[in-house]
Ligand binder design. Structure first.
Ligand code: FES
Ligand SMILES: [Fe+2]
Length: 348
């Protein structure tokens, strides 16, 4: 049985990935084609023509919808066949499944579960994607050959920064292991803040901001089930009041991590960086974006290799330690969403 949480919004694409050509992407193991109608409105259909089963993504967008590239049938945004070349009558059954899709904050969100439960108010807000003055942002998507849950695991245990990312955003391992951590549970996940007070800034920070001494550095991470992690990070010169709440004006950025399952063992990693410093210097934001992208590729390498080992040996033999606390809670939230009744019983 599939273990996907199907009744949830997942990112299917960055809004600017879907232009005049159809885009093929698999979400929760469903092949999906995303396209825009001539008015620019996004639509998502199952990526299989109901005539002979070829992927609709091989076709093209026409005035009435998407035209299959094989024999030219046309399907509208609701998946109804509206044109069959050389034939007047369109069979009632000639349709392909369609999915609710919502464009919001530069992203396209899809719902592959029961359509009547697709409530757009459940989609998270990412205002930094619409605020180019204060938060100029850049974005990308990586394909990861590992489960989306392993990627979220990675974001929930930041002690990896000092090892995987030693040369980029990580810096000194002991600063991470000794970080002060405050965690709160939320309705849809959890939020934790890590403080590295009076620490040596990592190379990336020095490169883009020019710190000369030690810093008070924070990392605030919020997991919103099933696949979103909002990150707000920054640093100020040590002892200038960041911990007490004065976090404005220094070095800070938002990173968004959106993980959408592709298959059980692969996912799409949508990420963005929005810089809240030197906003008028595009090269600074660009450099930060490039360095972040390099960092996330370091995660990709580890998670893909990890997935291969887990495929080979299962997971029963793995041992949790203290730094797994947030990760374990995240997995519980996922389990509860996957199986609401069972999780309640188990907790009692
Ligand atoms: S397979 Fe699509 S029109 Fe024939
Ligand atoms: Fe990482």
């Amino acid at each position: 049985m599939s273990s996907f949480i199907r009744n949830a919004w997942y990112i299917v694409a960055w809004a600017d990935e879907v232009t005049s050509a159809p885009l093929a992407r698999r979400i929760c193991n469903e092949p999906v084609v995303v396209f825009r109608d001539t008015a620019g409105k996004a639509a998502a259909l199952s990526d299989r023509c109901c005539h002979r089963g070829t992927p609709l993504s091989l076709g093209e967008v026409v005035a009435a919808g998407i035209q299959c590239g094989y024999h030219g049938q046309v399907f509208d945004a609701a998946g109804r066949c509206v044109h069959i070349p050389g034939q007047e009558r369109i069979p009632e059954k000639a349709r392909v499944p369609s999915y609710p899709i919502v464009e919001k904050d530069a992203l396209l969100w899809i719902w592959v579960g029961e359509a009547e439960k697709a409530d757009p108010s459940l989609i998270i807000d990412l205002p930094q994607h619409n605020d180019p003055q204060r938060w100029p942002h850049r974005h990308n998507v990586y394909h990861i050959g590992g489960s989306y849950l392993l990627m979220i695991d990675n974001l929930m245990d930041l002690t990896h920064l000092g090892y995987i990312h030693r040369k980029t955003i990580g810096g000194n391992p002991s600063a991470h292991v000794g970080a002060k951590m405050e965690t709160v549970r939320t309705d849809r996940g959890l939020k934790f803040t890590r403080w590295m007070l009076d620490s040596v800034p990592p190379p990336t920070y020095v490169n883009v901001y020019g710190f000369t001494g030690r810093v008070d550095r924070w990392q605030e991470f919020e997991f919103i089930a099933p696949g979103s992690v909002k990150q707000w990070t920054g640093a100020l010169d040590a002892g200038t009041g960041a911990y007490e709440g004065k976090r404005d004006g220094g070095f800070q950025f938002h990173v968004f991590h959106g993980l959408s399952p592709e298959t059980e063992k692969s996912c799409h990693y949508f990420w963005s960086t929005a810089t809240g410093f030197r906003q008028n210097e595009p090269e600074v934001g660009e450099r930060f974006f490039i360095e972040s992208g390099a960092t996330f590729l370091e995660d990709k390498v580890f998670v893909e290799q990890q997935q291969a080992r887990l495929d080979e040996f299962g997971e029963d033999w793995l041992v949790d330690v203290q730094s797994d606390a947030a990760r374990v809670h995240m997995r519980r939230v996922i389990e509860r969403m996957r199986n609401p009744g069972a999780a309640t019983l188990a907790a009692e």
